[in-house]
Design a protein around this ligand. Structure first.
Ligand SMILES: [Zn+2]
Length: 114
């Protein structure tokens, strides 16, 4: 019973509230020194927060909500570093390698925006 619940456990995008499986969301993590960084593998130790898309990450970095979600203070230089880490982790498409759900979301947005 407990195993079934764990397998179905969903994470919530801290910005828009969309729920999805852990593998579909991008994780940010606050480590023991209080440093916040991107966690593309989703396995780093520390308090985590999830976003569902590049757009939500972008909006999150421009708001204070990440500080609330991770219960820490984040300096402007840290936001810039996180944005750089994200840019480095993504190909020219601006999407995360291997993250099919994010690609699908981006494609859906393109269709809607036409
Ligand atoms: Zn979102």
């Amino acid at each position: 019973m407990a195993d079934t619940v764990r397998a179905k456990r969903q994470r919530t995008c801290v910005l828009c509230g969309m729920k999805a499986g852990k593998g579909s969301l991008l994780r940010l993590v606050r480590d023991q020194e209080g440093r916040v960084s991107l966690d593309p593998g989703g396995k780093a130790a520390g308090r985590g927060a999830y976003v569902c898309s590049a757009a939500c990450l972008d909006a999150l970095l421009k708001s204070r909500r990440l500080e609330h979600a991770l219960r820490t203070k984040i300096a402007p230089s840290d936001y810039e570093r996180i944005a750089r880490e994200f840019a480095d982790a993504t190909p020219a498409t601006g999407l995360i390698p291997g993250e099919a759900p994010l690609k699908a979301l981006a494609a859906a947005r393109e269709v809607q925006g036409r």
